[in-house]
Design a binder for this molecule. Structure first.
Ligand code: ADP
Ligand code: F6P
Length: 319
């Protein structure tokens, strides 16, 4: 292994920059040449590849987004596209590639490894939807962003004694809703893993009001969606004013938290270790606080495991 490259792919996530910095500096420390690839697999196919030095990743650990930029690339899903990508990497003398992204990006990395390029994936997504790892890079920051919004919404909901329905991101994964809902003291958390019953939700809201609750906070995961319609329905059934807020892409931005910076740094470092040991088709994760690696196929085959216990705790504590 003489030259490695790094790219970010799929949706950006806070902490991706910290991971890029770790890959570049750990790589240089090992005497490797390190290249950056812009705009994910799309930039790979158009040869947007440049050498990186220690200075090129200065002043980025605290920044959200990704300095390499990111993209989605349909061409890379084709065999011809991936062959073109592998050839371009070989042309640049790149033997190893670190892919920072979600499961789609990992599929791409796994297929690329079959074409002779050693690949390691780092979980970069706010969704926390990769079951092989306890946490993904960006999740903690996104949850804290949601929490900040919830705190503000609580002020205005309490003043008006309203119901506030907050729709959060996460694709089909309810983790952002669950963690932010628990930490924000939400009265109800609606996630795709559990579904919900409209009558039961309205009963909970009315009972809360009778017990003296000044507001009612409902966190709704985008995997269920429909915040506006739900607010209308709740208002109609309970007679209590309800407002919907969709937090949207605000959740993807902002300076990464300490937890995300540390996680990204540890994972980036591990990715370089794996490549220098000649490993390929691996993903890095954190399991019970330890940084571990696993075969990409094995990791992607692990079924989603929703934290039922945490969900129950949130329900009991919000009563
Ligand atoms: P994420 O990595 O966050 O899950 P996407 O699912 O959008 O995001 O995937 C990012 C990119 O990874 C896609 O635009 C495509 O270039 C590549 N990719 C996704 N799925 C595959 C696949 N099955 N085979 C090859 N490449 C893929
Ligand atoms: O995967 C991250 C994520 O922000 C999801 O939570 C959301 O469903 C999706 O990406 C939004 O994608 P886009 O940026 O293409 O609107």
């Amino acid at each position: 292994m003489k030259t490695i490259a790094v790219l970010t792919s799929g949706g950006d996530a806070p902490g991706m920059n910290a991971a890029i910095r770790a890959v570049v500096r750990a790589g240089l420390d090992k005497g490797l040449k390190v290249m950056g690839i812009q705009r994910g697999y799309s930039g790979l196919l158009s040869g947007e590849i440049f050498p990186m030095d220690r200075h090129s990743v200065a002043d980025i650990i605290q920044r959200g987004g990704t300095m390499l930029r990111t993209a989605r690339c349909e061409e890379f899903k084709t065999e011809a596209g991936r062959k073109k990508g592998a050839n371009i990497l070989k042309t640049f003398g790149i033997d190893g590639l670190v892919v920072i992204g979600g499961d789609g990006s990992f599929h791409g990395a796994q297929l690329l490894s079959k074409l002779g390029i050693a690949t390691v994936g780092l979980p970069g997504t706010i969704d926390n939807d990769l079951p092989y790892t306890d946490y993904t890079i960006g999740f903690d920051t996104a949850v804290n962003t949601v929490l900040d919004a919830i705190n503000k919404l609580r002020d205005t909901s309490t003043s008006h004694e309203r119901v506030s329905i907050v729709e959060v991101m996460g694709r089909n994964c309810g983790d952002i809703a669950l963690y932010a809902g628990l930490a924000g003291g939400a009265e109800s958390i609606i996630v795709p893993e559990k579904g919900y019953n409209q009558d039961e939700l309205c009963r909970t809201i009315l009972e809360g009001k009778l017990r003296g609750k000044m507001h009612n906070l409902v966190i709704l995961a985008e995997g269920i969606g429909g915040a506006d319609q739900l607010a209308e329905k709740v208002e109609e059934i309970t007679g209590i004013e309800a407002r919907a807020t969709k937090l949207g892409h605000i959740q993807r931005g902002g300076s990464p938290t300490c937890a995300d910076r540390v996680l990204a740094s540890r994972m980036g470092f591990k990715a370089v270790e794996l490549l220098s040991e000649g490993k390929s088709s691996r993903v890095v994760g954190v399991i019970d606080g330890k940084i571990e690696d696993m075969d990409i196929d094995e990791a992607l085959a692990i079924p989603r495991n929703f934290d039922e216990k945490l969900y129950d705790i949130a329900k009991i504590l919000s009563y």
